[in-house]
Ligand binder design. Structure first.
Ligand code: GAL
Length: 348
């Protein structure tokens, strides 16, 4: 069931500025975010018939639930603008994506939108594209600022600040009846299902979900961090193993995304555990299935990773490049905490 229309959602989505410098305790790198301006051009459905352009879009892998929503939105908005759009599947392989970029360059596309397979390859990607002077809109996987600086005025990043999503996950646990300490032993005992370890979203969500707890003065105990690469089946297996190993000790299951949370939920239910009663479970993305589970009380909460807002901003930045207008270096889109109380409106 669709509670609010895509257009309404689009109009409501705001692109906000964010700034900050933080050092992660888990060894992840510091990052600086510059400010951005509001970008709403994509909301306009007026086709730029005379300003037609060819846009190449490289997605890290099609087999990713969240990026499937994102690329579907992006394709729609770019086509609404009157552009010819080609979207390719990097199949989670950087070599494949690099070949795809080279093909787009040979075809002479006007703008490239890139969701890199490896953010560590972003500099090589920029160096490959630079001689052609083709502008780049990086999305979803944030490259180092130095990479953007190396191609100033021709390169920007559209994304969401993953620290915010991690903080919201921690807050969701603090808002529960027992504040995460179900057995009342004075500490929150948890397992963590992590996304791709080189991905800043995975690093920050892992760090900031726990930081929210410790900042609130809570004692925490991590039983294990599982490397589940954003994948439902992998998380399902790892959580089944965790339940066999740690059993009742597990009070909270943190998942860096909803796909993994859905896998975790299957294993929790199979083990006879009840979310909200003897365990808590949180994810990120607000996939429809996860939001439905929040409504039904099978997940403690999730965090909206605003695919519509991000695709809107990415399309708007693309349009600015096509028109030769000034483009900011960063465009940030807010996350939204999704609880049982507000969940219904996020079912798409
Ligand atoms: C994250 C999202 C994950 C996955 C990842 C890919 O922002 O939460 O589900 O799509 O991006 O980089």
């Amino acid at each position: 069931m669709k509670m609010i229309s895509r257009r309404d959602f689009l109009k409501a989505s705001a692109v906000v500025g964010a700034a900050g410098v933080l050092t992660a305790c888990g060894g992840s790198s510091a990052s600086t975010a510059a400010s951005s301006t509001a970008a709403s051009a994509a909301a306009s459905s007026t086709a730029a018939a005379s300003g037609s352009a060819n846009i190449g879009v490289c997605i890290y892998q099609f087999a990713d639930n969240f990026m499937t929503l994102y690329r579907t939105d992006l394709e729609e908005y770019l086509k609404d603008m009157g552009y010819a759009v080609t979207i390719v599947d990097g199949k989670n392989d950087q070599n494949t994506q690099t070949e795809q970029i080279n093909t787009f360059l040979q075809q002479g596309v006007d703008v490239l939108v890139i969701n890199p397979v490896q953010t560590t390859s972003a500099q090589t990607i920029v160096d490959t594209i630079k001689p052609s002077e083709t502008p780049i809109v990086f999305i979803n996987r944030e490259p180092d600022k130095s990479v953007l600086d190396s191609y100033a005025d021709k390169c920007c990043y559209v994304g969401a600040d993953a620290r915010q999503s991690g903080t919201y996950q921690g807050e969701l646990i603090l808002e529960t009846e027992t504040q995460g300490d179900i057995n009342g032993d004075g500490k929150i005992t948890y397992i963590m299902c992590k996304g791709d370890p080189e991905n800043i979203d995975a690093q920050y969500r892992t760090e900031y979900s726990i930081k929210a707890l410790t900042d609130a003065g809570k004692e925490v105990e991590c039983l294990y961090e599982y490397l589940d690469n954003w994948d439902q089946t992998t998380a399902q297996q790892d959580v089944a193993n965790a339940l066999a190993q740690y059993g009742e000790k597990i009070e909270v299951v943190f998942c860096n995304n909803d796909a993994m949370a859905l896998g975790a939920l299957q294993s929790l239910q199979q083990a006879g555990r009840t979310v909200g009663k003897d365990v808590y479970l949180v994810g990120v993305d607000a996939l429809s299935e996860a939001v439905q589970n929040v409504v039904d009380g099978n997940m403690t909460g999730t965090v909206l990773n605003d695919d519509v807002g991000q695709a809107t901003a990415a399309a708007a930045a693309t349009k600015l490049y096509v028109e030769g207008s000034k483009v900011e270096q960063y465009y940030w889109v807010d996350y939204v905490k999704v609880t049982k109380e507000n969940a219904a409106q996020y079912i798409k």
